[in-house]
Ligand binder design. Structure first.
Ligand code: BGC
Length: 380
């Protein structure tokens, strides 16, 4: 895959750094030239931004960043959250169309349920950018802004291997790797989220050789995506599933040594199940992955409860989506770096994929604090 970073993201990063360093005045001058009038050519035009839920911190960060950056470009923003309710999200998008939105940026709840409303958008000539999650089964998705979701899964699994001492964080075999076998249990994301299978495939491809050689054992035998999937990424459901796994599979005195979790909110549920079952941090506590660098989970990493998370800088993702919208409205072609991997069932949607990073206790400061994502005070 082409991972070269182009001008858009370099510009975006410049804008971002400027914003962080010296406020919006500098940011505006840094991005002069990206558009006709009002820097981004916004001219007060309305952009609709549909986000899935406020129940997860990352989407609040995403929504805030997209709104702020669009406003800096001179747009007016209608930002809506649907609390993971599909009809609510459809209504919100319909309203944005009625209000005369010039473009839509959508992080879908269920990637398969927006075909009709996107047809309405297309009929009104409104371009649509799928934000982080691919919108499926519709030809009316113009561009996709996301991270390399397969690599996110690879990183989640690699962090587990590193936590168990089998490899380093780059996936290189450890010289003094323990023989195992280690018991591992697998969780996947919401089956209606296109990302969930990408994360799963990246993780399983990475773990499979260790499962095949017997170093890792999925003791429950639950190795299918359908068995591991957690609808709507619900932490309580993950907690219940973990409780059931502990009862059904580990009441014989054996322990679970690692848990593949694709999202911090699921990891927190898994941690609660383990604690309730009598596990305590220290020897015998499993290696647990995550995703999103949510504040509570960064704290959990510091406390030794969670081993890793995957940091996806929502500010950079927002900048890619905003650049795409701005380009489209200026009659330019948005920059993409992947035109093969994201087939939505009707067409391959041209995509810009960003890179993610593994975070463990040792690099929290370097990755999350030095970049200004969280402050030392917030992390505690
Ligand atoms: C996002 C993840 C997030 C998950 C749950 C996915 O679509 O890519 O970053 O953890 O949804 O909100």
């Amino acid at each position: 895959m082409d991972t070269a970073k182009g001008n858009t993201v370099k510009n975006t990063k410049k804008v971002l750094l400027a914003t962080i360093a010296a406020g919006s005045m500098l940011a505006l001058s840094a991005c002069a030239g990206t558009g006709a009038s009002g820097e981004g050519g916004g001219d007060g035009g309305l952009i609709g931004v549909a986000m899935p839920t406020k129940s997860s911190e990352r989407w609040i960060q995403d929504g805030d960043a997209v709104k702020e950056q669009l406003e800096e470009q001179g747009f007016t923003v209608d930002l809506q959250y649907a609390e993971d309710d599909i009809p609510t999200q459809v209504n919100q998008i319909e309203n944005m169309i009625t209000k005369g939105a010039e473009a839509l940026i959508i992080a879908s709840i269920d990637g398969t349920t927006l075909s009709q409303v996107l047809q309405d958008a297309a009929d009104a000539d409104i371009p649509v950018i799928a934000y982080d999650r691919l919108i499926r089964d519709s030809e009316n998705v113009d561009y996709y802004a996301s991270f390399d979701n397969y690599i996110v899964g690879v990183q989640q699994a690699t962090s587990l291997l590193a936590g168990l001492g089998l490899t380093d964080l780059d996936g290189e075999p450890a010289a003094d790797a323990p023989a195992g076998p280690f018991n591992i249990e697998l969780f996947a994301g919401s089956p209606d989220d296109n990302n969930a299978t990408f994360f799963w495939n990246g993780a399983i491809d990475t773990l499979q050789p260790f499962i095949d050689e017997g170093t890792l054992v999925v003791k429950s035998g639950q190795t299918d995506f359908e068995q591991a999937a957690i609808l709507r990424w619900d932490g309580e459901v993950a907690q219940e599933r973990m409780e059931n796994l502990l009862t059904s599979t580990y009441s014989d005195g054996s322990t679970v040594n690692a848990v593949l979790s694709p999202y911090d909110g699921l990891s927190r549920g898994i941690i609660s199940a383990l604690t309730d079952a009598g596990y305590s941090v220290g020897e015998g506590w499993p290696i647990i992955s995550g995703q999103d660098a949510e504040l509570d989970s960064v704290k959990a990493i510091k406390a030794g409860e969670q081993y890793s998370t995957i940091f996806k800088d929502t500010r950079n993702l927002a900048a890619v989506a905003v650049d795409m919208a701005t380009a489209l409205l200026n009659g330019e072609e948005p920059e993409v770096n992947n035109t093969k991997d994201y087939d939505n069932g009707v067409k391959v949607v041209p995509s810009y994929l960003l890179e993610s990073q593994i975070v463990v206790t040792d690099n929290i400061t370097e990755v999350l604090v030095d970049s200004g994502y969280w402050t030392e005070a917030e992390i505690g």
